[in-house]
Write a protein that binds this ligand. Structure first.
Ligand code: URA
Length: 189
């Protein structure tokens, strides 16, 4: 298994799919390497591509607000994406791009060994929980695999567009907080 530095170097130099041709920066991920909770979005947008950090645009600000409701944030969670380079015009990452990139997320997961993985939106849930995952019906539900608890929230961009989804997400965040309290040892005070 790669160590953290080698993994990051391999990711920053990756040319395994076409997204490398249009990226400004690879967006590897941020947060403590011993995080117990990991959030996974779909892929960098314009601001993330420019700054090399996940969720720093409007959706990212909203994500920060969501997390702060339950005392989570960049200091006590790891945040990354399914694909590490921006898909042009923010289109959904293609399966071939996800396939080329997923080994980095798998390696990050092996190194971090999170207790909880929270998928942000349909693309991440479809990749990490179940291919036919229905975000509208199944957000907030929990499944366990290989000793890790998985759940999905609506993507922050969807919540910015559609305020009617926010009350359900508040309940999902409360459920996440309860799970963190139940199984995590050093995330919440
Ligand atoms: N949307 C995502 O899915 N990821 C980011 O990093 C930013 C926006």
């Amino acid at each position: 298994m790669l160590n953290w530095e080698d993994l990051k170097a391999a990711c920053l130099g990756c040319t395994n799919c076409i997204l490398c041709k249009t990226r400004t920066n690879v967006v590897f991920g941020v947060g403590p390497q011993d995080a117990e909770v990991m959030f996974v979005g779909e892929g960098p947008g314009e601001n993330e591509d420019l700054q090399g950090e996940p969720f720093v645009g409007a959706a990212g600000k909203f994500l920060d607000e969501m997390l702060s409701i339950i005392d989570l944030g960049r200091h006590n969670c790891y945040i990354t994406n399914i694909v590490k380079c921006r898909p042009p015009h923010n289109r959904d990452p293609l399966n071939i791009e996800q396939d080329a990139c997923i080994r980095f997320l798998r390696a990050q997961t092996k190194l971090i060994q999170p207790k909880i993985i929270v998928c942000l939106g349909r693309i991440a849930a479809g990749r990490l929980i179940r291919e036919d995952f229905r975000i509208t019906r199944e957000h907030g539900q929990w499944t366990q695999r290989s000793g890790i608890y998985f759940t999905a929230l609506y993507h922050p961009s969807a919540l910015l567009r559609d305020e009617s989804k926010r009350p359900e997400t508040f309940q999902d965040l409360k459920s996440l907080q309860a799970k963190v309290r139940e199984i995590c040892t050093h995330t919440l005070p």
